[in-house]
Design a protein. Structure first.
Length: 236
């Protein structure tokens, strides 16, 4: 990600008044407090850009202070980085693990991605429910039932055995686009009808939406000098 540089005012003028340890402490405290303000403002920006972002997304950005180099580094958590980075920089995103499984199962020659189909009910955050993805991949045998996934599917079987009226098993299938049907994962429903659950697409391109760098830069410009002044005042 890009580096952002902000200049302090009056540092050289007061540097000789303090020992090196105190001088560095004051700057690092100001940087940390300004970074907290930037994080809050970035969360507000996320709420404007995204429709009901999850708590995980809102808390996906964190910062680290470098006491030696008097700097702050802003980063995204690994999982969030995969879906937020395209929203910041634009362009393509990395394949999800589930997309790699479906690509192998579908046997297509292109890098496969999916988007929600009209027949899919999203969760309250506008995302594909993780439990549904597990159900789809399990039904399609998109991964071998070993380890964690074996435990998940076995627990599901045991729950069904205990139910007086178990829910019917949903019937999913993959199509490569034959007979005028869009490539993707479809579901067979009543009376021989089908509905699209996941639609396959080729390498979606994203337009930058989240003003990550601009928000952090503007926040530091607005707060950093004030935070620095507060730290100077504490030493008087």
């Amino acid at each position: 990600m890009k580096n952002i540089g902000i200049k302090f005012k009056g540092l050289q003028e007061v540097k000789h008044l303090f020992d090196a340890k105190t001088y560095r402490y004051v700057i690092n405290e100001a940087l940390g407090n300004a970074a907290k303000e930037a994080k809050i403002e970035l969360q507000e920006e996320m709420k404007k850009v995204f429709d009901e972002p999850t708590k995980y997304t809102l808390n996906s950005m964190y910062f680290k202070r470098d006491f030696r180099n008097l700097s702050v580094e802003f980063m995204l958590k690994d999982k969030a980085d995969q879906y937020l980075f395209p929203q910041i920089e634009g362009g393509s995103r990395e394949q999800k693990r589930s997309e790699k499984h479906l690509q192998r199962l579908a046997g297509v020659g292109y890098k496969l991605f999916y988007v929600p189909g009209p027949g899919l009910k999203l969760n309250k955050y506008g995302n594909i429910p993780g439990s549904l993805l597990v159900q789809i991949l399990s039904a399609l045998k998109a991964f071998p039932e070993v380890g964690y996934m074996a435990n998940v599917t076995e627990r599901s079987r045991q729950r069904r055995l205990k139910m007086k009226r178990p829910k019917p098993i949903r019937d999913f299938f993959i199509t490569k686009g034959h007979s005028g049907i869009h490539p993707g994962v479809w579901e067979k429903i009543k009376h021989g009808r089908i509905r699209p659950i996941l639609l396959f697409v080729k390498d979606p391109k994203y337009i930058p939406r989240l003003k990550f760098y601009e928000t952090i830069t503007n926040s530091f410009k607005n707060h950093l000098q004030g935070k620095l002044n507060i730290e100077w005042e504490k030493l008087k």
